[in-house]
Design a protein around this ligand. Sequence first.
Ligand code: COA
Length: 167
Amino acid sequence: MPIIRPAQASDLPAITEIFNEAGVGTTASYALDPVSVDDRRAWWEQRTAAGFPVLVLEDDGEVVGYASYAQFRPLAGYARTMEHSVYVTSNRRAAGGGRMLMQALIDYARGRGVHVMIGVVDGANEDSLAFHRRLGFEESGRLPEVGRKFDRWLDVVFVTRILDDTP
Ligand SMILES: CC(C)(COP(=O)(O)OP(=O)(O)OC[C@H]1O[C@@H](n2cnc3c(N)ncnc32)[C@H](O)[C@@H]1OP(=O)(O)O)[C@@H](O)C(=O)NCCC(=O)NCCS
């Protein structure tokens, strides 16, 4: 039975492997070089110290996905706008895990007054675009050729979902 829980230090090797598979190995993120466990430890420590969530999807004792968010841009006026990331290991997709992770992230965000969640998705990442549409996100902007990976220019799509109706 899959569960969602906060990431612990012992999850960092699995998180590193999942990120290196999809985040570095494909255009799901524009990271170019594989990251180390120490790199992910620094990332996890910084996120948790700042009060941002790092959640894992665990199934039968194995970490098979994770999700996190942090403030979209640094200036204070963006304090209630978060950019998220969500990854499920390739052989565990299409089984509801991504939805579980995003729902938990959204619940966490709602509890902290987050107004908007933003996904920054590669324009050709049809899986992620379809996934986000299914979770109620809409495409709010496309920035042509702002990324470069695998020797080609990449368009990025911002997908947004407004979580609360505060005026
Ligand atoms: C995007 C990703 C996290 C989705 O995770 P997942 O576990 O496969 O998604 P789920 O099985 O929970 O699907 C949730 C919903 O999205 C839909 N969906 C997911 N992928 C889809 C696809 N390729 N085409 C159409 N619909 C899709 C599902 O049908 C499901 O709908 P439902 O719950 O209403 O039945 C996963 O594909 C992934 O890790 N991709 C690589 C990393 C990545 O691109 N991350 C996003 C970076 S912005």
